[in-house]
Design a protein around this ligand. Structure first.
Ligand SMILES: *[C@@H]1O[C@H](CO)[C@@H](O)[C@H](O)[C@H]1NC(C)=O
Ligand SMILES: *[C@@H]1O[C@H](CO)[C@@H](O)[C@H](O)[C@H]1NC(C)=O
Ligand SMILES: *[C@@H]1O[C@H](CO)[C@@H](O)[C@H](O)[C@H]1NC(C)=O
Ligand SMILES: *[C@@H]1O[C@H](CO)[C@@H](O)[C@H](O)[C@H]1NC(C)=O
Ligand SMILES: *[C@@H]1O[C@H](CO)[C@@H](O)[C@H](O)[C@H]1NC(C)=O
Length: 339
């Protein structure tokens, strides 16, 4: 403090009152210099309001009106940024285009945002290249390339926030962001085999299981759900149903087969994804086909009568031993075993 009326003759004394006077701040009464007695923390108390007075030592009267002044505590970068909401978890559909926003991370800094750069944060990616990027000022994480869940379904990204806009002397903090890729239907089902061989006994009843076909789909859940069909020839003889639990196609007999009549069948089975994502249709139909060759097995069948019932006539009074009529049966097997 310095009064204009101070003639430097030691006749004035300076007095300090107000917040922290005598404790945090003391004044040399003769020189007017104000000293601080302890470390101050701006984040605890950013300013102090004090009053100054200059007194004439001889008269003990003020030489000018009391005046108020403020001591501001200037900020230094003594707070590091903090991610209060981390660690983060986010989910984004696979194959999302480059630039898609995934999540925003935010760090806070206790230093003075209105003074200097101590609270000005800059975000950067420490781990996660080249798949992700972060906007330096906003902390928005974006996709930096298209990713396939079937290749890798989870990424760990590490973001760093630096104050002082990243300049030397900056303090920093990091946060981890776990990013899950959710499935979309970008894979068609595919039969495990191009050709299946099966056989069925000619004795098998309608509804009997002939065999199973299986198509794989690397998607999950609904995106892997599929339905099987039989196309073209012989779809009147064989049927296929979908086992929703195992995802298998079960081929059933729709009509009885006869070895002596037709020994080999060939059917075409088709599998189609039940729910199709239109975005991927141009990459081809979400279906696959396979051929199933079915052999009919011979069975030792019982002989059968030529007629189901016979009507015969005989003249009354015929002699014991007269011929009444003839019944015939034949063996349906190819080797015509005797009856
Ligand atoms: C005030 O300042 C004067 C001149 O620097 C010095 O001689 C004196 O010891 C100081 N008084 C106190 C109480 O520090
Ligand atoms: C202090 O008071 C004395 C006596 O009234 C006067 O002579 C002197 O000029 C005053 N000093 C100041 C700086 O006002
Ligand atoms: C992310 O994936 C992991 C492992 O696959 C899983 O345990 C977790 O629940 C998923 N989190 C979310 C939010 O989907
Ligand atoms: C499988 O699920 C589909 C759709 O929900 C249904 O139409 C079909 O009948 C189911 N198949 C079987 C064998 O239950
Ligand atoms: C008819 O002939 C057979 C064999 O010649 C004989 O066993 C049977 O007893 C005869 N029946 C009658 C009713 O005469």
């Amino acid at each position: 403090l310095k009064s204009d009326l101070d003639k430097q003759d030691g006749n004035l004394k300076y007095i300090l009152t107000g917040e922290g006077a005598g404790s945090i701040f003391f004044i040399n009464e003769s020189t007017g210099k104000i000293y601080v007695t302890q470390k101050l923390d701006r984040e605890e108390k950013p300013f102090y309001t004090l009053r100054a007075q200059a007194i004439n030592k001889s008269t003990q009267l003020p030489v000018e009106p009391e005046s108020e002044f403020i001591i501001k505590v200037r900020d230094i970068n003594d707070h590091e940024p903090q991610f209060l909401n981390g660690p983060y978890v986010a989910t984004i559909p696979e194959m999302s285009p480059e630039g898609t926003s995934v999540i925003q991370v935010t760090a806070t800094d206790g230093d003075d945002p209105s003074h200097g750069n101590s609270a000005r944060l800059l975000y950067s990616l420490i781990q996660g290249q080249p798949y992700f990027s972060v906007e330096p000022k906003t902390g928005v994480i974006r996709m930096a390339s298209q990713m396939d869940r079937e290749t890798k379904d989870q990424y760990l990204v590490i973001i760093q926030a630096k104050d002082m806009v990243g300049q030397p002397g900056a303090l920093s903090a990091t946060a981890t962001v776990t990013i899950n890729l959710s499935d979309i239907n970008d894979n068609p089902p595919k039969f495990q085999q191009r050709l299946y061989y099966m056989s069925i006994s000619e004795e098998a009843p309608v509804g009997a299981t002939v065999g199973k076909v299986f198509a794989e789909d690397s998607d999950i859940g609904e995106n892997a759900a599929m339905d099987y069909f039989i196309e073209g020839d012989n779809s009147d003889v064989f049927d296929i149903i979908t086992n929703n639990e195992t995802q298998e196609g079960i081929i059933l007999l729709k009509k009885r087969v006869d070895y002596e009549n037709k020994r080999r069948y060939s059917i075409q089975a088709k599998v189609v994804n039940r729910y199709i994502d239109d975005r991927f249709l141009q990459e081809g139909p979400f279906e696959d086909k396979t051929i199933v060759k079915i052999n009919v097995e011979d069975a030792d069948e019982p002989p059968v009568f030529t007629l189901e019932n016979y009507v015969m006539e005989i003249v009354e009074g015929s002699m014991n031993g007269s011929l009444v009529g003839v019944v015939t049966a034949r063996d349906p097997d190819s080797d015509h075993s005797p009856v």
